[in-house]
Design a protein around this ligand. Structure first.
Ligand SMILES: CC(C)(COP(=O)(O)OP(=O)(O)OC[C@H]1O[C@@H](n2cnc3c(N)ncnc32)[C@H](O)[C@@H]1OP(=O)(O)O)[C@@H](O)C(=O)NCCC(=O)NCCS
Length: 135
């Protein structure tokens, strides 16, 4: 398995993966990393630059490839790209992100620029947790 920057041609596979889990399926290859096994995309993650901070989003590993360290490899690689800025995320899996230095925060402490994302999350009806990883 390798983790590499996404290419435009990965768009369909990434969107399919994100839609499987009801995650926001915006695709920008410049923000996206993919995990590839035998030329097949088995996972993805997005690191979006908001200027003073990043948002880590769209983390997904296909069901049959979970539990093999792919999610960890994607998150670690994404965090390497975050330099000295805080990284926020809104997630339904806070336990997973706590392993990588993220701490739970109250919704009111999320940057206002993430307001649109908060709206998307609330509309899904799932239980989302705001988290931050400070450098
Ligand atoms: C959450 C997800 C990305 C994890 O990917 P994965 O490839 O199965 O995870 P890994 O195999 O890399 O696991 C790494 C570590 O995290 C742990 N872990 C995995 N899922 C976890 C969870 N939901 N809660 C807590 N810990 C978790 C593993 O046990 C492992 O720990 P270890 O190193 O001590 O053994 C994957 O389950 C997934 O795609 N879920 C559906 C989409 C989703 O919920 N995305 C989250 C963004 S909202």
């Amino acid at each position: 398995m390798i983790v590499r920057n996404a290419l435009m041609e990965d768009k369909r596979a990434v969107k399919n993966l994100l839609e499987t889990y009801g995650l926001e399926s915006d695709f920008n290859p410049k923000e996206c990393l993919v995990a590839v096994e035998d030329k097949r995309i088995v996972g993805c993650v997005r690191l979006k630059d908001f200027g003073s901070f990043y948002e880590l989003a769209g983390l997904a590993v296909e069901a049959e490839s979970q539990g093999q360290g792919i999610g960890e490899a994607l998150v670690k690689k994404a965090l390497e790209g975050a330099g000295n800025k805080p990284v926020y995320c809104l997630t339904v899996e806070p336990g997973f992100f706590m392993k990588y230095g993220f701490k739970k925060i109250e919704g009111v402490d999320l940057p206002k620029k993430l307001g649109e994302k908060v709206g998307f999350c609330m509309a899904t009806g799932a239980e989302w947790t705001g988290m931050v990883r400070n450098p």
